[in-house]
Design a protein around this ligand. Structure first.
Ligand code: 5GP
Ligand code: 5GP
Length: 237
């Protein structure tokens, strides 16, 4: 399976707002490199199918096994499989391969989870789950995610529209959506979460990216929205 080209349609570049990760009831921890900047951080670059359906693993399995066994072997929900994942468990992320990117990754892809404080573990997890399905080499995968983030600076784009981090202000979700569309040229999907007091806040931004991981594209139709609030906060970090 590892040598076969994965069939997927586009990537999501997913970025998280650190203030919204940290002020939840669950909380957060800073990585061993110190408190990250008050800037969006990369969560991952995720291969996706434009339509949920049968994935490559199921196709291979059904060829070998027969239809009934496939359901048993795959983790497909009722909507079908919406993305490939864990395409090559033997392909672990190598620190050597990405050594020239580590300073940038520490800045732009820091972990906020309290599990280990080592961002490398976050990068390794994302590589294993999503990167191994990307048809990109390790260095390419991380370099392209970094380049996309740098090219479209979400924090600056929002600030340019008057959407600045604040613990008191709320912003219309439509103004966030419009600012990103104006600033990047493409619509993004927005995800909200709640702070410890239950206030809705902007948590993650999903931008659609071409199969090479090089440029933003219009998102394929029918992506369920991940934020149904009219007003959201962008909390301080
Ligand atoms: P959650 O259920 O918290 O939204 O997502 C859990 C995990 O499932 C994510 O971290 C990600 O690895 C995967 N995931 C969720 N939504 C998507 C998606 O739309 N595309 C892909 N490729 N993975 C997703
Ligand atoms: P996904 O949601 O991509 O499947 O899972 C993300 C995994 O990476 C989770 O197991 C989570 O604990 C870990 N992780 C480490 N650092 C971070 C972080 O800063 N943000 C998020 N969302 N997950 C992180």
């Amino acid at each position: 399976v590892s040598s076969a080209a994965e069939k997927f349609d586009f990537f999501y570049l997913v970025q998280q707002w650190p203030g919204s990760f940290c002020d939840t009831r669950q909380g957060c921890c800073f990585p061993d490199t110190g408190k990250p900047a008050a800037d969006f951080g990369i969560h991952g670059l995720w291969p996706n199918y434009a339509k949920c359906g049968r994935g490559r693993q199921e196709e291979l399995a059904s060829a070998v096994l027969g239809e009934d066994d496939v359901a048993f072997f795959s983790s497909v929900g009722r909507r079908g499989k919406c993305w490939p994942e864990y395409c090559d468990d033997g392909n672990a992320l190598s620190p050597w391969e990405i050594r020239d990117l580590v300073a940038s990754l520490d800045r732009d892809w820091p972990t906020l989870s309290c599990k280990s404080g080592r961002s490398f573990e976050f990068w390794s997890y994302e590589w294993k789950k999503h990167g191994t399905c990307s048809n990109l080499a390790q260095h390419e995968y991380f370099a392209r995610a970094l380049a996309l983030k740098a090219r479209h600076n979400l924090t600056a784009i929002l600030a340019g529209a008057g959407i600045v981090p604040s613990d008191t202000e709320t912003y219309p979700l439509s103004s966030v959506r419009d600012a990103i569309a104006q600033g990047t040229g493409f619509t993004a999907n927005l995800e909200c979460n709640r702070d410890a007091d239950g206030n809705a806040q902007l948590f993650q931004v999903y931008q659609c990216v071409d199969r090479e991981g090089k440029k933003l594209i219009d998102c394929p139709l029918s992506m369920p929205t991940k934020c149904s609030r009219d007003q959201v906060k962008l909390p301080l970090f």
